[in-house]
Design a protein around this ligand. Structure first.
Ligand SMILES: Cc1cc2nc3c(=O)[nH]c(=O)nc-3n(C[C@H](O)[C@H](O)[C@H](O)COP(=O)(O)OP(=O)(O)OC[C@H]3O[C@@H](n4cnc5c(N)ncnc54)[C@H](O)[C@@H]3O)c2cc1C
Length: 396
């Protein structure tokens, strides 16, 4: 009897799983013994990591977008748009309904629909919303703000955790410092402040390094500032602890949550994220325990760090477990928490070499002491060009 794998979301994690399965099971797919189907609400894949660099004109929209059909193996059945936009997920009946009312059933389900900004979760935020987190268009608006920045107090506020790539606002702040210092040459006219919702910025060695760099570069860091209210008229931010900070220009990373359709389908935990075993990534939540349902990428449990690097390792672990399931040995391949946070502390400018580092770690092994390097900058910049043909295709 034909087995069916259904993947929801053709972003980073979903595409990797689809491509690995298509390679492994090319014979079964050709003999119609296995069907791999992937769904997405639209047909363009965006590497969101590039949004952090758009304000400094380091990548173009062409660099960070690709048509999904060029990224997904032709052995996979792909439906984008109304036939791919998930409207309801019913784990009990193993059935997914999409916007066009088509229904898909499955033996194995992979939920990889990412997360999204919830801009209404902070009162007043929409009155002064400038963010590079939500879309290409919004990242370009931040580009214009950065280009025209002539002075005053700039606040970069991370409203709450978890968010995708919590390191992105950190490197954005360093790049803004470098841009103002070395390109616009008006850094002394700008007071730059990072507002962070908790005490540490990442694991201990990461926190230690960025703290020393912020101090060296004259960036003020206000910790334990979970954003509660934006008073755009008076340019004043209030934290959940009642602390207040004034600003002239505000750049925000809004709170995030799982896609509404998954919340409405009753799949999320009390924090609004999809519950899963942190090792096997099998669904464990209010809709019961489902060993045939895997949850990965940005929508996974709140306490699994949400990064593209993590999504990649999760996709590899889930693909291996699915291979084992379909081959019939049922061995689960653990995700060991492999993740990472690419950091940039200096832009490549006429006055400075770029400096970067890709800090990596896993559940059992936090990052070791590190420093950013010229080579790290080069590797990180280069990565964006190999992302499409190596990483998304699941070749490593
Ligand atoms: C500003 C920014 C900077 C970042 N920088 C980095 C970085 O430097 N390094 C790093 O490792 N990570 C970075 N990340 C994080 C990285 O982009 C994510 O962790 C990664 O994309 C997660 O992959 P995913 O497959 O879970 O989600 P996504 O890649 O977001 O894919 C989810 C897919 O689900 C689809 N979808 C959603 N709802 C539906 C629906 N109802 N029906 C059908 N399809 C749906 C979406 O269209 C999308 O294609 C950054 C993220 C941001 C926002």
């Amino acid at each position: 009897m034909k087995q069916k794998v259904l993947i929801l979301g053709a972003g980073y994690a979903g595409s990797v799983v689809a491509n690995i399965l298509a390679r492994e099971f090319r014979n079964k797919i050709a003999k119609d013994e296995l069907e791999v189907t992937i769904l997405d609400k639209n047909d363009t894949n965006i590497n969101q990591g590039g949004f952090t660099f758009i304000p400094f004109e380091l990548y173009t929209p062409e660099d960070i977008t690709r048509p999904r059909k060029k990224l997904i193996s032709p052995r996979v059945k792909a439906f984008f748009g109304a036939d791919g936009e998930v409207k309801a997920v019913d784990l009990q009946n193993k059935e997914v309904t999409v916007k066009s009312d088509n229904k898909y059933n499955y033996d194995y389900l992979v939920i990889a629909m990412g997360c999204r900004a919830d801009i209404n979760a902070v009162s007043g935020l929409t009155d002064d919303l400038n963010t590079f987190y939500t879309s290409m268009e919004d990242a370009f608006k931040v580009r214009d703000i950065v280009k025209n920045l002539d002075g005053g107090k700039v606040a970069v506020s991370v409203a709450s955790m978890p968010v995708p790539c919590p390191g992105a606002p950190v490197k954005f702040t360093f790049m803004l410092d470098s841009y103002l210092r070395n390109v616009k040459k008006n850094r002394d006219d700008v007071q730059l402040t990072l507002l962070w919702p908790m005490e540490p910025i990442g694991p201990p060695e990461f926190n230690k390094f960025v703290t020393s760099q912020f101090k060296e570069k004259g960036v003020e860091v206000v910790r334990n500032f979970p954003l509660e209210n934006v008073d755009a008229a008076n340019k004043e931010l209030t934290s959940k602890n009642g602390d207040k900070v004034n600003y002239d220009t505000l750049i925000t990373v809004p709170p995030h949550k799982a896609p509404q359709v998954l919340i409405d389908s009753g799949l999320t935990d009390e924090k609004g994220w999809i519950g899963a075993d942190k090792s096997t990534l099998q669904y464990r939540g209010p809709a019961g325990n489902h060993d045939n349902v895997y949850v990965l990428g940005d929508l996974g449990p709140a306490d699994i760090l949400k990064t593209g690097i993590g999504a990649h390792y999760q996709a590899i672990a889930v693909s291996q477990s699915l291979k084992n399931d379909i081959h019939g040995n049922g061995i689960q391949t653990p995700y060991e928490g492999e993740t990472g946070c690419p950091l940039v502390t200096e832009l490549e400018t006429p006055a400075t070499p770029g400096r970067g580092y890709i800090a990596t770690w896993k559940y059992s092994k936090p990052p070791e002491a590190f420093s950013t390097t010229k080579m790290g900058w080069f590797l990180y910049r280069m990565y964006y060009h190999i992302h499409w043909d190596i990483s998304v295709k699941g070749l490593f």
